[in-house]
Design a protein around this ligand. Structure first.
Ligand code: HEM
Length: 473
């Protein structure tokens, strides 16, 4: 089971990316099987060969060979070329041009096979992503939702369970994440966001990623868990430590950190029980499967809590940063929502569609299946490319434009079906409160001139590295 499902810009991940990027130094000769993407880890020696299965699967499809069925994406952006059979969502060179690459894949090959990471299928169209997510019999979450998986012991419920077990785990936390339940935290969040913004405004400028966006989700997590806000950063450090240990294969290090977290949580559970609190922490500690079935094991409790940290942190940081970037750069958008604050909810939704924080979520094929004309075999892995589905012209009018208000916005940023994001309403609340407070307190923030934020790819999340701004005084 992948422990680090969502890590994006953590130091350990940056190091991993740097190591991967280091492999590019000898360059890549542009042949039909080795098409360079800036920063791509292909060298003449290590470049992947088309697997027999992959060629077989392409020739099976509609009688095309690979090159005609799925032409290389040849973008007029320097040397950016990538064929679907070399698609790698973790390639640092993909992040800046991702949307253009996906547009080409979507129209040429809505479901395609890549040789990377041991081989996996990608679903690029909205229809293919949706039908994969809704078919929990055909496409299982049990082997984890990341490609490639990171292996360790803790099972992350409910994400890693298929129906019917999935529902029993999800029911334990669901009631704390409804729209009405998270609304109870709005005042506390607003206070925090306002205080933070005022402090930054007094400085005259800030990096809105590291000094602002990154600070909010850990505190929102602490708030719903009933933990002291000042402990929020502890969870960020612990998950970074776990990620670093997982990348290094340091199981002893992982166990040590699990021990520290378990002991912290036990103290908190005791404290909250004594205070008669009703929080996500007590719900998990006292939760029973199917209402009155067995209690959760300590490992299951830990897995659920870690999942909430991992799933809610980098995703929402990326969501907030991207929204602020859109407010700073999309022509006329800021003026429009200042004039019509009733559009803020739609603006938040559109920014989540426009640049989805989560690039893709994986499944494992449960039984041989057809997907958009491709034959998939049991045991193969599939990446549902949410970012691509969100710009599918079959579903979205003017998909590459930021449209606010957009009347119908069936984006898949939070997934769909039984695994649809538990924290959706919490992150929407965080983003709405951030937008409202930014527009109230520092509506004239300006991106530092000449600064071009960089898109950083993570195992699942794509985020902006920085957003330096100045505030009008
Ligand atoms: C903008 C922010 C967020 C995005 C883009 C996002 C995205 C997603 C997606 C795409 C899934 C579906 C996974 C699948 O199909 O396997 C998911 C599931 C999940 N998310 Fe989020 N998420 C966000 C914020 C949060 C927050 C704030 C929390 C909690 C604090 C959270 C907790 C979860 C959990 C527990 C699941 C598993 C649900 C299940 O398997 O039933 N997420 N999220």
């Amino acid at each position: 089971m992948p422990l680090v499902l969502w890590a994006a810009a953590s130091p350990a991940n940056a190091e991993l990316a740097a190591r991967v990027a280091g492999l590019t130094s000898s360059g890549c000769h542009a042949t039909s099987t080795c098409l360079p993407v800036p920063g791509s880890p292909h060298t003449r020696e290590n470049r992947p060969r088309r697997s027999t299965m992959q060629v077989r699967s392409w020739s099976r499809s509609a009688g095309h060979d690979l090159t005609s069925a799925c032409r290389p994406t040849d973008l007029d952006r320097g040397a950016t070329r990538m064929t679907a059979n070399q698609f790698d969502h973790l390639d640092p060179g993909l992040a800046p041009v991702m949307n253009e690459v996906f547009a080409a894949f979507r129209s040429n090959c809505p479901v395609a096979h890549s040789d990377r990471h041991g081989g996996f299928w990608s679903a690029f169209s909205h229809g293919a992503v949706r039908s994969t997510a809704l078919d929990t019999r055909g496409f299982s979450s049990a082997a984890g939702i990341a490609i490639p998986p990171v292996t360790q012991d803790v099972v992350m419920a409910p994400m890693q369970y298929d129906p019917p077990e999935h529902a029993a785990f999800r029911a334990i936390i669901q009631k704390h994440f409804t729209r009405a339940a998270v609304a109870k935290h709005e005042a506390a969040l607003r206070e925090l966001v306002g205080r933070r913004l005022s402090a930054l405004a007094a400085e005259g400028g800030a990096d809105l990623v590291s000094e602002f966006a990154a600070v909010i989700p850990p505190i929102a997590f602490a708030e719903v868990m009933g933990l002291p806000h000042e402990d929020a950063q502890l969870f960020v450090s612990w998950t970074n430590e776990l990620f670093a240990a997982a990348v290094m294969g340091d199981l002893a290090g992982q166990q040590r950190t699990f021990g520290i977290i378990a002991s912290y949580l036990q103290t908190e559970i005791d404290r909250q029980r004594r205070a008669g609190a009703d929080t996500v922490t007590t719900a998990i500690a006292d939760g029973r499967l199917d209402g009155d079935g067995r209690a959760l094991t300590q490992g299951e409790q830990l897995g659920m809590i870690l999942l909430l940290v991992l799933a809610g942190h980098e995703t929402t940081v990326a969501g907030i940063a991207t929204m602020l970037y859109c407010l700073a750069t999309v022509d006329g958008l800021r003026e429009k929502v200042v004039e019509r604050p009733d559009l803020i909810g739609k603006m938040v939704d559109e920014s989540l569609r426009f640049e989805s924080p989560v690039i893709g979520i994986a499944r494992t094929v449960g039984q041989d299946a057809e997907l958009a004309g491709q034959s998939l075999h049991a045991g193969e892995r599939v990446l549902m490319v949410l970012s691509s589905a969100n710009r599918d012209p079959e579903v979205f009018d003017r998909p590459d434009e930021f449209v606010c208000p957009r009347d119908r916005n069936p984006h898949l940023t939070f997934g769909t079906g039984v695994h649809r994001c538990v924290g959706e309403h919490l992150s929407l609340l965080e983003m709405r409160v951030v937008a409202e407070e930014v527009l109230r307190l520092v509506p004239d923030f300006t991106l530092v001139e000449g600064h071009r934020p960089r898109w950083v790819p993570g195992r699942l999340v794509r985020s902006l590295d920085s957003l330096p701004v100045t505030f009008e005084r």
